[in-house]
Design a protein around this ligand. Sequence first.
Ligand SMILES: [Zn+2]
Length: 207
Amino acid sequence: MQCPVCSESFCSKHFDKWWNEDKFDWYNASYLTQYCSEHFDKWWDETKYNWRDDSWALAEYCHDYFDKWWNEDKFNWYQSPTLAVHCSTHFRKWWNPDKFHWQDSWTLAQYCAEHFDIWWDKNRFIWTWNSWALAKFCSNHFDKWWDAKKFDWDDASSYLCIYCSKYFDKWWNPDRFNPRHLMYLEKYCADHKDTWLGLKLYYDLSL
Ligand SMILES: [Zn+2]
């Protein structure tokens, strides 16, 4: 869709000069969301929009028009982490634990921490590769989410040291702590040196 005035594609400035609803190829609709969101009311058509591929683009570029486009049945929920990232202010309107793509659980921890009590579900949260985000962004809810058996110690022991050091006595576990993260204990949990020094000496000797 080239602009006849300045020949740019998806030109927002001269939108009315090139926009033709009947000729538009809706497979390019994500460009409309990206470059022409201020003309949203003119181009939006929920029956033509490519929900399967481009639901994410609505969340990312048109969150100001959320109430106009949101459709729980049409939205592609595999792309729902983009809702967590870009539409957290509308959280209560879109949240659905049965439909959310929990594989990217970290997006909830990072971008929807203020709604923690609504979305938190320790059985649905995918702990592997996502635990770090709980430690980093939801440390003030530590007592609600902490679970030594589910936490991803291999990936995120360091995050406990950096962001949850004040709960050290609750999480410290020499059998589970990742020894490759020992340097974070030295840097962030020095107050508890008496407790973890034994583990460090053990690994220093075994090297
Ligand atoms: Zn133009």
